[in-house]
Write a protein that binds this ligand. Sequence first.
Ligand code: ADP
Ligand code: ZN
Ligand code: ZN
Length: 747
Amino acid sequence: MQIVRVALPLPLDRLYTYLVPQAFQRWMRPGRRVVVPFGKRQLAGVVIEAGLEADLKGYKARDILDVDVELPPLPTELLELTRWVATYYMCAWGEALRAALPPGSSQATARSRVQTVAMIEYNEEGPEAPPTGARQQAIVEQLRIWHQGEQTPVSQARLLAECGGTLATLRRLADLGYLFIEQEERDRFSEERPDIVASTRPQLHAAQVDAVDQINTALASGTYHSFLLHGVTGSGKTEVYLRALETARQAGRTAIVLVPEISLTPQTVRRFRSRFGDEVAVLHSRMADGERYDAWRGIGEGRYPIVIGPRSAILAPVENPALIIVDEEHEASYKQFDPAPRYHARDLAVIRAMKNGATCILGSATPSLESLANARSGKYTLLDMPERVPIDGTPARLPDIRIVDLRSEPELKGTSRALSTRLVKGIEERANRGEQTILLLNRRGFAPVMECSACGWVPECPDCSVSMVYHRPLNHLRCHYCGITQRPPSRCGSCGHADLAFLGAGTQRLESELAERLPDVRVLRMDLDTTSQKGSHHAILDRFGRGEADVLLGTQMVAKGLDFEKVTLVGIIRAEAGLQLPDIRAEERVFQLLTQVAGRAGRAELAGEVLLQCVNPAHPVIQYALRHDYHGFAEQALATRSMLNYPPAGRMVSILFSGPEDDKTLELADRFRRLVDSRLPDVDRLGPSPAFVHRLKNRYRHQLLLKIPTHVPASRVREGIQQAEQALGSLPAAVCMTIDVDPVGLV
Ligand code: ADP
Ligand code: ZN
Ligand code: ZN
């Protein structure tokens, strides 16, 4: 009797044994997607070991229910990579494999399987006499005409739409010999793809030539190499990616390009498709399951040598990629949180490249401190493009950034207004000249943080140098790193002012303020509300690109990857917003955002200006952004991180306990903390303390953060955590423990 060992998407790190019915035996091989019974459920899993023989006696294993014969088996490389993911990110192999299958296919439904369509062909040797009945005659006549015009086979749907009738009519005509019905596979993916527009291939400028040369050498060597491409906004990074892709394709090789979901704009996609046409498969999170299934199948069959997509594309079944590109590598959205595997796609890109002897390019105008540290230590080769693409020989200038100090805008005091006179005038001038403005409202500023409306002072934890977070139910401030609590101050701790406010101004309010102060200016708003529908994000950008509005107003979404030549002004409503968040990367995020959004101004011939509204112009982050000084910022940020043993100076693991009862959950977290302490004495830990979102969906959450010095190997930390987990025993049914390796952002 043949058996297979299958990995299932369950949080248990083991394989499950199933019997293989005779009919399925020839399909069994590692990497095959199968459907199996599990308790009362059906689950889709991946075959890990096949061709095993078992003695039937004493075997309780159940039969495999179905095999997905259409989806090519996952290549060995991906089986190995997902095994690595499972180990490193501490999840089950089956969970890691789930991320490598077309999303939606972990349920054992037939929904996303191959679809066929009925195609109708005229039978030239059919009966001479027409069929009886007007409808049948009409169908045969129409089909004959199309056939003569070489337009057959034609889809059943089209034929019936033209002539009326039903499937039964067609079947009857097929029986009579007038026509053939053939089932043809549908490719829901290629049906969705837009047309290709040709574009010019510019002459590279010197910094690009140098970057492309080094990348080409690495590609030709056939051995692993990673590059950090640090190029200011508009320096021509995308052109470098395109040339590297050309080299890979000329050698007949494959590639993966990761971009943040938000940058998957029609503009970006067009640029890649105009060079590589139908070789490119674009994945995005809004694809329907069926479309995605067909995309995955096409990639696995080798029909699309270039795959572009957000983080999940790093696990696409591309055969042996020679080149992996991560654009905007600093983006937090490359980290997956729920469900497991909690992987970082940028880090996985480097690992996958390493395993394949491939070339990896990480590109950004504001590289993450992790990648910068890797470049400095020699793990990555740094490629610098410090200037914008030249126009007529001289590099285009970075925009001038000017500060608007909101403290000297008395007319805003005591009002809900958020726009300084200078910014309003700037918008008006641009609109009159037929130019455009982008206004950024940083939504991360909506955290409940108190702030002095006179000087911008924010209450901070005495021990941790992070801002205290306001908790309304208890009316206190708390540090989310050490747990200290305080009563909210009634006066500013810096200037004594009595007016302490909560940060945040909504995009809607800003929109109405604009309507009131500049009634003739046309505004488009882009935030979560206006982009919830499929395609609406692209629709808004398209309209703005066509000049249907003077102002594009929005959250972070407006900051990234856009390239509009008419935009000459960028306004930032509150530059400090987000600095106060209790996140070790808060300052890095704000610096990146300010730099990125500033880069939207003056991308073409027209000079750009950025107006940065703030109340604390002396803040180092704002000063560095003002001077376009990435290295200055990175220098001081790295020093702080290393003093506190935060990444990249060390690693972190977050362990989150959540349960319906607050004290019991905390108790469990604390017991776990003691178990970890005794096993990993050289690892620092913070907490357990209430998570940033303490109560979520009626569950209380407590977080333990491990700070791991660089000299402690990851494998030892893993063992320590696993041993502590075993010692803790099984958790009460309602309590969950979530391990997040290299966490990013707040939980
Ligand atoms: P980045 O990705 O660094 O922001 P892009 O690659 O988008 O920069 O380049 C900015 C603009 O300059 C694009 O419109 C691109 O087509 C154009 N461009 C890039 N390289 C060159 C070049 N060598 N010569 C002329 N135009 C270029
Ligand atoms: Zn603290
Ligand atoms: Zn103050």
